[in-house]
Write a protein that binds this ligand. Structure first.
Ligand SMILES: NC(=O)c1ccc[n+]([C@@H]2O[C@H](COP(=O)([O-])OP(=O)(O)OC[C@H]3O[C@@H](n4cnc5c(N)ncnc54)[C@H](OP(=O)(O)O)[C@@H]3O)[C@@H](O)[C@H]2O)c1
Length: 278
């Protein structure tokens, strides 16, 4: 009988909305799983307690833009999944992590007006932190770590969570920086590159996303016979692209690693990959 391959998986942004689901599946498969993020353990554990699977994950602190902060951590890594990224440069966290739709909506005018959340002006650390840009978060966090893991003999694959070009009213640099990162990764031949391009993602841990996903699923079902015509209208791509649960995307990530797939997977491809049972 074939022996299971020993894996050491590094999930960059493993404490995030999608990253934590990837860590959960990988740890439950018995893979050695390391999460890298600036704050370490997910904030949710402070609120709701630490689940059993999380005890099997190493929750490391480090910044993917700063190789010295994860130099020792990447030793013997076989597979990397990169899940860092921002949809908006202004106040994105407050909106994305809002607990209700009202809370999320209250942040929207600030974004439209281009007002930055500069944090607490009395916090002495606030001036040291550079403002996150699309270039830094969507592209450089991936290219920096890719250059580092490419030096390892153990490295086999790099999975990059990109995005479909469906989001309305978002700066085009959101997608151009994602595409720049994709092209950069495919130029590395030390590892196989897998790119997943989800549209809107949801689960109950981000309550503001659930009603949006419900509305999108309903509109999707109603408009499916006219999908092609509607997709070319303003907002058309957003309303005709099915939302994906984070669990579904995480299953596709794991299947992509196990099947040693390479290439680009759009929403339909992610749905298919998530159904592959290994
Ligand atoms: N959410 C959606 O609907 C959606 C749709 C399409 C595509 N995507 C893409 O999917 C990916 C995952 O999205 P998400 O919603 O799960 O994101 P998220 O919840 O914001 O998680 C991002 C994670 O990255 C970590 N991080 C940020 N900067 C870092 C750095 N410099 N070094 C190391 N870790 C860093 C964060 O933790 P710390 O802050 O502690 O470092 C966090 O764990 C992103 O690339 C996003 O663009 C999301």
């Amino acid at each position: 009988m074939a022996q299971p391959i020993a894996r050491r998986l590094l999930v960059v942004g493993g404490s995030g909305f999608l990253g934590s689901h990837i860590c959960k599946l990988a740890a439950n498969k018995g893979w050695e799983t390391v999460s890298l993020s600036r704050r370490g353990e997910p904030e949710l554990f402070k609120q709701y307690g630490k689940p059993d699977w999380a005890e099997k994950v190493q929750w490391a602190q480090g910044d993917s833009l700063d190789p010295a902060s994860y130099k020792d951590l990447i030793k013997d890594v076989t597979n990397v999944v990169h899940t860092v990224g921002i949809l908006m440069e202004n106040d994105y966290k407050n909106i994305a992590q809002a607990q209700t739709l009202c809370e999320a909506a209250s942040g929207v005018p600030r974004i439209i007006l281009g007002m930055n959340d500069q944090g607490n002006p009395l916090d002495p650390k606030s001036n040291d932190r550079p403002r996150p840009t699309y270039e830094m978060m969507n592209r450089d966090t991936a290219t920096t770590i890719a250059d580092e893991v490419a030096k390892l003999d153990s490295i086999r694959s790099f999975t990059y969570i990109s995005a479909s070009d469906v989001f309305p009213l978002i700066d085009p640099r959101y997608i151009t920086t994602k595409r720049e990162a994709e092209r950069y990764l495919f130029r590395h031949d030390e590892f196989k590159t897998v790119v997943l391009r989800p549209g809107f993602m949801y689960n109950v841990q981000r309550p503001s996303a659930v009603p949006i996903a419900g509305a999108l699923q309903f509109i999707n079902a109603v408009t499916s016979p006219f999908k092609k015509g509607i997709a070319s209208l303003p907002l058309g791509k957003f309303i005709t692209t099915p939302p994906l649960q984070t669990e579904q995307v995480a299953r596709a990530v794991i299947a992509g690693i196990e099947t040693e797939e390479a290439g680009i997977f759009d929403v339909e491809g992610i749905e298919q990959l998530s159904r592959v049972t290994i």
